[in-house]
Design a protein around this ligand. Structure first.
Ligand code: DON
Length: 304
């Protein structure tokens, strides 16, 4: 495995076309695009890494996977009254479907869906308390208490978050929100601003590899059925309007973020985190996708 990762890393380091860093969040626009990291965590507890796998980056929308898991734990199937389970076929920050679909987002991974998920888990609590709960969960599944939030990124999102504010207020106009919109948005911006390394993220994904059990700690996080369902949502919706392309090229459930990270799950085989800040036109890591494509070619880990 180490040889494969070293080879992929060398190939990626030679690439001159690296995509564009997200510039609509000014703090993310400052990140050096010449970085690449990859980590593979195996169910037996071994972790293999190459490149900048210990560098912290903004996990952004990958955090939506964690808030969805928390919401399912708290609310069970009632989550599906707040968000759907269908790919949207529209960009991650699109508002268009909300008007025709009673303010109910298509899935929990587009921005509107993730904001609705935050409202569902707040349950009248303060943003601080909800954030503490989210962080505690992420630290638990990654088995790492050092994981935290990059406050500069959160403030940067807050200052430039007009689109997300529009989505939230539009949904609230359908009477869908139970908490003050500003509290929901503040919580959402902060959970998107969690910083993690590829190594930490690969560990955090392990519970989705082994039927809901984090096999490196032996602790069950969710039921086997729930793990399968979360993986199915990642496959269908985890890359927004690029989900079909990602399934075609990589063939694994995956969740991307505009920080350039991707967490991919090969059920029964491995949890893989990859990071390179340059994005394709849809907002998914360009080299991250290419690296996963190569990894799957080497390992045969595609679910298809
Ligand atoms: O709300 C936003 O736009 C960001 N915090 C998250 C978007 C994102 O990561 C989309 N991913 N590819």
């Amino acid at each position: 495995m180490q040889d494969i990762l070293d080879e992929i890393c060398a190939t990626m380091n030679d690439r001159s076309e690296r995509g564009q860093v997200a510039n609509y969040i000014p703090q993310l626009a400052c990140v050096d695009p010449n970085q690449f990291g990859i980590s593979v965590a195996l169910p037996d507890g071994q972790v293999f890494s190459a490149g900048d796998a210990n560098t912290l980056f903004s996990i952004q929308s990958i955090s939506k996977l964690f808030t969805l898991t928390i919401a399912l734990g708290k609310l069970g199937d009632a989550v599906w009254s707040r968000v759907g389970r269908e790919p949207s076929g529209d960009p991650f920050n699109s508002i268009v479907q909300l008007e025709h679909e009673s303010g109910k987002p298509r899935n929990p991974f587009i921005n509107a869906g993730a904001i609705a998920i935050v409202d569902s888990i707040m349950m009248g609590h303060q943003p601080k308390e909800t954030l503490a709960e989210i962080l505690q969960f992420v630290r638990f599944i990654a088995n790492d208490n050092s994981i935290g939030i990059d406050e500069k990124v959160a403030q940067s999102e807050l200052l430039t978050g007009d689109r997300n504010a529009s989505l939230a207020h539009f949904m609230a106009s359908f009477g869908r929100f139970k908490n003050p919109v500003d509290c929901v948005l503040g919580t959402y911006f902060h959970h998107c601003s969690i910083s993690m390394s590829c190594q930490q993220l690969a560990q955090a994904g392990l519970f989705l590899v082994s039927d809901g059990v984090n096999s490196s700690t032996g602790i069950r996080v969710v039921s086997a059925q729930r793990a399968r369902r979360i993986n199915s949502l990642m496959l269908m919706c985890g890359h927004y309007d690029g989900s079909g392309e990602f399934a075609y090229r990589v063939g694994l459930p995956g969740k991307s973020g505009v920080g350039g990270g991707i967490l991919a799950v090969a059920p029964g085989k491995a949890s893989i985190a990859v990071w390179s800040p340059g994005l394709d036109s849809i907002g998914n890591s360009k080299l991250g996708t290419e690296a996963l494509e190569l990894l799957v070619q080497h390992t045969g880990w595609s679910v298809f």
